[in-house]
Design a protein around this ligand. Structure first.
Ligand code: ADP
Ligand code: TZP
Ligand code: MG
Length: 283
């Protein structure tokens, strides 16, 4: 007899996704892609360590003068506007253009997109340069999708990720990018399909730059499978969430979770990944 309960269907989705997620992680470890990160001052350390622990090679290189030589050598680019000033915007745009011309994927993190007109305008201009993936929290994706300044708590979200699913789908359709919304459930959409990655723990929000770091992780996953950016993005979010779950089993609070999260990312094995992947199809 066929079991058509919601639970059985969810189990089936996760069973289908688990080998995809593991293949992405193991390929990344083999290839060790070079990821150029133009990112905010708060996130540089955790982002670089996240990339190293998963097997990628980070380079926080952001000067306009180096982009023509360096960006074509990177396997992917991560652009994050967290501590934006006007003098950083030309380097971000130039790197995005050079990456695209070199056939390399690039990923945008629109930190606090709705916090000011200056920031929103810069983010919308970057969206116009066709990122491969945009990853933000609920409030950031809603601000970008509606191109409007909203109620804001700065870099933290005041919206649930579930409230940003339709704005994410709409943003994916207008931008041509894969859009990912992080939160209690991470949603990933290409404008048609929507999946929910349900790994992770709430304490991850209490460590600054976990959002920035998972965006860089997405860049690393997309670097090794640029033709399947939807699957690569979903895999990255699931892996980061699984590392958070395992880290939380050992942590006493945010500071020790930060350490155990990185250790867990480094130590993830196939059996653990296959057992823990929790991804459902929403569309
Ligand atoms: N309530 C939650 N439960 C589980 N995981 C969460 C929760 N909130 C955030 N996360 C995870 O924390 C990481 C950072 O997400 P988030 O806090 O939304 O980003 P940002 O720092 O950009 O606001 C993501 O991997 C996300 O899945
Ligand atoms: C606190 C802060 N302020 C400007 S950027 C930044 C880091 C935000 O990191 P995340 O969005 O990953 O929590
Ligand atoms: Mg955060």
């Amino acid at each position: 007899m066929v079991d058509n309960t919601d639970e059985a269907q969810e189990h089936q989705h996760s069973t289908e996704w688990a080998p995809i997620v593991w293949t992405h992680l193991s390929t990344l470890r083999q290839r060790s892609p070079l990821i150029q990160c133009i990112t905010n001052f708060v996130s540089m350390d955790l982002m670089a360590n996240t990339l190293l622990s998963v097997g990628a090679s980070p380079a926080m290189i952001h000067s306009l003068q180096e982009i023509p030589e360096f960006t074509p050598r990177a396997d992917a680019l991560c652009v994050n506007v967290g501590t934006l000033t006007a003098d950083w915007v030309p380097a971000m745009k130039s790197a995005a253009q050079v990456a695209a011309q070199s056939g390399k994927p690039w990923v945008l993190d629109p930190v606090a997109a709705g916090a000011s007109g200056f920031r929103l305008k810069a983010c919308l201009e970057l969206v116009g340069l066709r990122p491969t993936v945009i990853r933000g929290n609920g409030s950031e994706i809603i601000a970008l999708s509606k191109a409007s300044l909203g109620h804001t708590k700065g870099v933290d979200s005041s919206d649930e990720s579930t409230d940003a699913v339709e704005p994410a789908r709409s943003l994916a359709q207008t931008s041509g990018s894969i859009v990912a919304v992080s939160g209690a459930v991470d949603f990933i959409t290409d404008g048609q399909r929507v999946v929910g990655a349900r790994n992770g723990v709430a304490m991850m929000q209490k460590i600054t730059a976990t959002g920035c770091s998972v965006t860089a992780l997405i860049a690393a996953f997309v670097a090794i499978d640029p033709l399947h950016a939807f699957e690569a993005t979903t895999s990255a979010l699931s892996i980061f969430g699984i590392a958070g779950e395992i880290g939380m089993e050992l942590a006493k609070g945010p500071a020790s979770l930060r350490m155990h999260l990185i250790d867990s990312l480094h130590g993830l094995d196939q059996a653990t990944v296959i057992r823990r992947v929790n991804i459902i199809s929403m569309s």
